[in-house]
Design a protein around this ligand. Structure first.
Ligand SMILES: C[S@@+](CC[C@H](N)C(=O)[O-])C[C@H]1O[C@@H](n2cnc3c(N)ncnc32)[C@H](O)[C@@H]1O
Length: 233
């Protein structure tokens, strides 16, 4: 497994990007992820790839009684302990590949933009399922598969002036390792198609709660719904 965030050049570049107020985390990812969270009052939370711990302290602000943030990068953890220290948050050096070292149960397992660094998503999903208590939730974000798939050719189609018109995709249907350049060359990420992501979650048992809720709603409405009325002819 690669620990690219401890590369000094990568770390400095990422830290500068993350400190901006117009990065994708601030504009898109964090609001979307937080909007999916349940009430965290008194809950135990595990954050996979917690980075500088911004989400860990947000979970505490939302009422969590205990948060464990794990990360593979000592530099990111040092930043978290410096910037986001809280008596209810523990930051621990542990790769996601070694979740068998942890004991649950957790009420929420969250992960922001870290899952695409893991080669064996099925193993992490299986461990997440083991670590969740009854009614627990696994909420995560990752790099979009239409982005992570890119392998060969020109990344961008540009106009004559060199302006980017659109991003190109390649090898979408081939899951697996990709090497990219982001602050440094040789950054390893792992592409999964949407169907791989969904099927992996289903196989790990992480979709069960959603199916149960769908049944409950239907029952509550008074049985199997009839045909939908179309517009009057
Ligand atoms: C894009 S940063 C996101 C940090 C944080 N979740 C956030 O949203 O601010 C990805 C983080 O995942 C961590 N990471 C990458 N591979 C990991 C692994 N195998 N196990 C644990 N953490 C990992 C990196 O060190 C980095 O801190």
């Amino acid at each position: 497994m690669q620990n690219i965030y401890d590369n000094p050049t990568f770390f400095d570049g990422y830290k500068r990007l993350r400190e901006r107020t117009d990065n994708a985390n601030v504009l898109f990812e964090t609001p979307a992820l937080l909007s999916l969270l349940p009430d965290l009052t008194g809950k135990a939370v595990l954050d996979l790839g917690c980075g500088a711990g911004d989400h860990c302290v947000e979970f505490v602000r939302r009422g969590a009684s205990r948060v464990l943030g794990i990360d593979i990068s000592e530099k990111m953890l040092a930043l978290a302990r410096d910037k986001n220290a809280d008596a209810r948050v523990e930051y621990r050096h542990l790769p996601m590949e070694e979740l068998d070292a942890l004991e649950g149960p957790f009420d929420l397992i969250a992960s922001s933009l870290a899952m695409h660094y893991v080669a064996d998503f099925a193993a992490v999903a299986g461990q997440a399922h083991r670590l969740l208590g009854a009614g627990g939730l696994f909420v995560f974000s990752q790099e979009h598969p239409l982005t992570s798939c890119f392998t060969t050719g020109e990344r961008w189609t540009k106009d004559e002036a060199g302006n980017k018109l659109w991003a190109n995709i390649s090898n979408y249907s081939v899951d697996g390792e990709r090497l990219s350049s982001w602050f440094v060359d040789g950054v390893k990420k792992y592409h999964c198609t949407f169907s791989t992501i969904v099927n992996t979650l289903v196989d790990a048992g992480l979709y069960r709660g959603e199916a149960d809720r769908a049944r409950a709603r239907r029952g509550h409405a008074g049985g199997v719904p009839g045909p939908v009325e179309g517009p009057a002819a």
